[in-house]
Design a protein around this ligand. Sequence first.
Ligand SMILES: NC(=O)c1ccc[n+]([C@@H]2O[C@H](COP(=O)([O-])OP(=O)(O)OC[C@H]3O[C@@H](n4cnc5c(N)ncnc54)[C@H](OP(=O)(O)O)[C@@H]3O)[C@@H](O)[C@H]2O)c1
Length: 226
Amino acid sequence: MRTAFITGATRGIGREVARQLKAAGFQVFISGRDATLLKTLQAELDCPGLVVDLAEADAAIGLFAAARQKLGQVDVLVNNAGFNRAKNPIARISARELDDSYAVNVRAPILLAREALQEMATRRSGHIVNVISSIVHARMENYSVYTTMKHALHGFTGCLTKEARLVGVKVTGIYPGGVNTTFRSNVRPDYIRPESAARMITQCITAPDDVVVHELIYRPLCETNF
Ligand SMILES: NC(=O)c1ccc[n+]([C@@H]2O[C@H](COP(=O)([O-])OP(=O)(O)OC[C@H]3O[C@@H](n4cnc5c(N)ncnc54)[C@H](OP(=O)(O)O)[C@@H]3O)[C@@H](O)[C@H]2O)c1
């Protein structure tokens, strides 16, 4: 049975990816910060998981070790956890906001990918999926911090794709447009449903063995920022 470790699985896109991979026959390990939501999904999927705040660098490394220990080996890592809390004009950006966003949106997925790549390289198989954003292909006022961090993850993912290929590991960068999740405070019924956003990711993970999807960009029809 293939295994998958999904971050940010307590809600939104990550929760649906966990559900869909479980339904596809994967043994899953899930994480997030909200203990109640994590416990509820663990009960639903009958799977292991761990509450971890990925803002802590050491916690990210410990989280990978826990996933590996529970799953035996991690065949698929889905680096999905992320946030865009403050939408400030550049004049109001704070150093704290930059650091907080960097820790979760950039440093954590890089450290988790590093841990995963080392383990996967020994088996010359595996798949690392980084959930980035279509913001990388757009420009928006008041999104500078989030855009900067997702560009960083995009750059890292490109390098990871090259290095991972040498050791037989697949890498996919996912670039969704607007998805109607708790990511933003307002409800957006015109955006992609989290189930649909996750379906696109699951399809990359369950693609035939002889295919690697390097990049997947998708948006709701209402978006014109391309
Ligand atoms: N929604 C969109 O329109 C959209 C578009 C493009 C890309 N994305 C990306 O897609 C990914 C998932 O977003 P979503 O829409 O599903 O958002 P969401 O509904 O807000 O879910 C975010 C998930 O990330 C977790 N998370 C956030 N900060 C964390 C931290 N410090 N430590 C550990 N986990 C943390 C949350 O855990 P807790 O809730 O338990 O804290 C939650 O499970 C993100 O990387 C986001 O940037 C979203």
